[in-house]
Write a protein of this length. Structure first.
Length: 518
C-alpha cells in the first residue's frame, strides 16, 4: 500500500489541506475514523475507513474504533526486526508510518459552565491516547503529530529529506507524551474534585500533579546566571497569561513575582468603590493607600515611602485615568497593572516607553495552592484567601475603638496579610506610614515600622501578622502614640500584652487569624 497515514482528529483545523498534500505529493494511503473520515471524504480526498480496513465495525456508539491489532500492530512494528515483519505478513497487517491524532477536548469541556459529570466522562478519550502513545513509543519508525501546528513542519521534512529525520520523530514523540501526561492529569484532577468537593473540606491529593505549557523563555531568573521560563496552567490563558501588555519590554522573572504580589494585595481593595493603590518592592508593599480619586490614592501610596517606590511595581484597583497616568510617568517605575486603561491615558503613558503597563480585568483571580521546593521534594499548601470578618473580631481591652478607628484597623489588617513575616504595618487615614517586613523578631519589625512612621504614628494603628507574646512591642507602640493595635491573638502570654495595652489606654483587637508569610 505504500506509506500509510492514520488520521483521527477532534480539531479539524488544516486537516484537509494536510491530507491532500500527503496524498497528492507523497502518495500516502489514508486511514481514518468517524468524523475525520467524513471530513476528508467530503473534501474529495481518498480515504479508507478504519472499520473497513480492520473488518471490525465501530461499536458502542463510537467508543471503540481504532483499538484493533491491525492498527496497533501497524504502528508498533519495528521495521528492523525480522520477527516483527514476519508477524505483520502472517496477519495481513501493513506498517503505519504516520499517526495524526488530537484528543477529545476534555479540559475545554469541563471549563464550560453547567457541565454534568456524565458529559465530562464522555470526553475522556481512550483510543486517541493509545494511538499517540504507541506511535510515540515507536518513534524510531513512526511519526506522531498531535497538533495542527505540526503539519507544515512534517511536510517540510518530507520535501527536504524524503522522510522525517530521526531527531524530528523524537521531538514529535516527546511532545506527544507531554500531551498525554497533561491530558491524564486534567482527568485525574477533575475526578479528584468531584470525589472530594469543597463541601467536604480542603484536601490535598496523595499524588500531586503539576504541569504547564511554556508561555515564554525569560531572559534570566532572579539573577543573570539563572535560567528561567514562564509556564501557564490549563488550556486557555488565564491570570497573568491573559493580561494585556499595553506597552513596555517583555516581563522578567522578578517582574512577574512582584506583579503577583501587587495583584494579591490590591485584590483586597477591589470590592469597594474607593480608589486604592499599592506599590510593591521585592514582593513587599512599601506604600498602600486609599483616596477620594485614583490620583490621590496613588500620590498617597507614593508618599508613604517615596524612596522605596523608585523602581517599584504599582497596582491600582480602578482603570488608569489621564491624571493618574501623568503622575505615574513622573518617576521611574518598573510595571503598572490595573483592571483597565482609559484611552486618553495611553498616550501619556507612552511618553515612558520602557514602563511596562498591563491591564488585568480580574485582579481577584488567584492560585489555590502554593508550591515550594525543598531538597528531595516539595511542599504544597492551600492558599485560598481566608475571608476577613470584622464581626468575629474581639476587643480585648477596656478601650474600644470607635467606628473610624475600626475601619483603620481593617485597612491595616488587609495590608499586613501581604507583608513578609515578621510583619508590622502602621497606618493612619487609610495610608501606610511604616512597614516592618521580614525581621527575625517582632520587636525589630515594630521598631522599623514605628521609625518609618515617625510622628505620623500618633493617632494611627498598628497591625501585626502574628501575636505579641511579650509586652515590649505594645509599650513601644504606646510611646509612639499608636491608638489601637490589631493582632491574631492566641499566645499563652496574651494577658501580658492586653495588660500593657490597658495601662497605656490603647485599644487592642484580636482577629483569631494568623497570616505568616515565610
Amino acid at each position: 500500500m505504500g506509506r500509510i497515514a492514520l488520521l483521527s482528529t477532534s480539531d479539524k483545523t488544516g486537516v484537509t489541506d494536510f491530507a491532500a498534500a500527503l496524498v497528492q505529493e507523497f502518495g500516502f494511503t489514508l486511514l481514518s475514523s468517524g468524523g475525520t473520515a467524513k471530513t476528508l471524504a467530503a473534501a474529495g480526498i481518498p480515504v479508507t475507513a478504519v472499520a473497513e480496513y480492520t473488518a471490525a465495525p465501530e461499536i458502542l456508539g463510537g467508543r471503540v474504533k481504532t483499538l484493533h491489532p491491525k492498527i496497533h500492530g501497524g504502528i508498533l512494528a519495528r521495521r528492523d526486526r525480522p520477527e516483527d515483519l514476519a508477524d505483520l505478513a502472517e496477519h495481513g497487517i501493513d506498517p503505519i508510518d504516520l499517526v495524526v491524532v488530537n484528543l477529545y477536548p476534555f479540559a475545554e469541556t469541563i471549563a464550560q459552565p453547567n457541565i454534568t459529570v456524565a458529559e465530562a466522562i464522555e470526553q475522556i478519550d481512550i483510543g486517541g491516547p493509545t494511538l499517540v502513545r504507541a506511535a510515540a513509543k515507536n518513534y524510531a519508525h513512526t511519526t506522531v503529530l498531535v497538533h495542527p501546528s505540526q503539519y507544515d513542519s512534517y511536510l517540510h521534512e518530507l520535501r527536504l529529506y524524503k522522510q522525517p529525520r530521526l531527531e524530528y520523530r523524537l521531538e514529535c514523540a516527546q511532545r506527544a507524551f507531554v500531551l498525554t501526561a497533561s491530558y491524564d492529569q486534567a482527568i485525574a484532577t477533575y475526578l479528584q474534585q468531584i470525589a472530594m468537593p469543597p463541601s467536604k473540606g480542603i484536601h490535598l491529593p496523595a499524588v500531586f500533579h503539576l504541569s504547564g505549557q511554556q508561555k515564554q523563555v525569560l531572559r534570566y531568573g532572579e539573577n543573570p546566571h539563572q535560567v528561567a521560563a514562564w509556564y501557564m496552567t490549563g488550556t486557555a490563558p488565564r491570570g497573568w497569561s491573559a493580561a494585556e501588555l499595553c506597552q513596555g519590554k517583555e516581563l522578567s522573572y522578578n517582574n512577574l513575582l512582584d506583579l503577583e504580589a501587587a495583584r494579591a494585595i490590591i485584590s483586597e481593595f477591589t470590592q469597594t468603590n474607593t480608589p486604592a493603590v499599592a506599590i510593591i518592592k521585592h514582593t513587599n508593599p512599601c506604600g498602600v493607600a486609599e483616596g477620594n480619586t485614583l490620583l490621590e490614592a496613588y500620590e498617597r501610596a507614593f508618599a508613604a515611602d517615596s524612596v522605596s517606590a523608585f523602581g517599584g511595581i504599582v497596582a491600582l484597583n480602578q482603570p488608569i485615568d489621564a491624571a493618574t497616568a501623568k503622575a505615574l510617568t513622573g518617576t521611574f517605575l518598573e510595571c503598572v497593572v490595573a483592571p483597565g486603561c482609559e484611552p486618553e491615558a495611553l498616550p501619556i503613558l507612552k511618553t515612558k516607553p520602557k514602563l511596562r503597563v498591563l491591564t488585568l480585568s480580574d485582579l481577584t483571580e488567584a492560585p489555590e495552592t502554593a508550591i515550594q521546593t525543598i531538597a528531595g521534594g516539595f511542599l504544597v499548601q492551600d492558599i485560598r484567601p481566608m475571608p476577613i470578618e470584622p464581626d468575629t473580631w474581639q476587643v480585648m481591652t477596656a478601650a474600644e475603638p470607635a467606628p473610624e478607628l475600626m475601619a483603620e484597623l481593617l485597612f491595616a489588617w488587609k495590608v499586613v496579610k501581604h507583608v513578609k513575616s515578621n510583619a508590622i504595618v502602621v497606618s493612619r487615614d487609610r495610608q501606610t506610614q511604616g512597614i516592618g517586613a521580614g525581621q527575625a523578631n517582632r520587636v525589630g519589625a515594630v521598631q522599623i515600622a514605628l521609625a518609618d512612621a515617625g510622628e505620623a504614628a500618633r493617632g494611627g494603628v498598628l497591625a501585626s501578622d502574628g501575636f505579641f507574646p511579650f509586652a515590649d512591642s505594645v509599650q513601644a507602640a504606646a510611646l509612639a502614640g499608636i491608638a489601637a493595635i490589631i493582632q491574631p491573638g492566641g499566645s499563652l502570654r496574651d494577658h501580658d500584652s492586653i495588660q500593657a495595652a490597658n495601662e497605656a489606654g490603647i485599644a487592642m483587637v484580636f482577629t483569631g487569624q494568623r497570616h505568616f508569610r515565610h
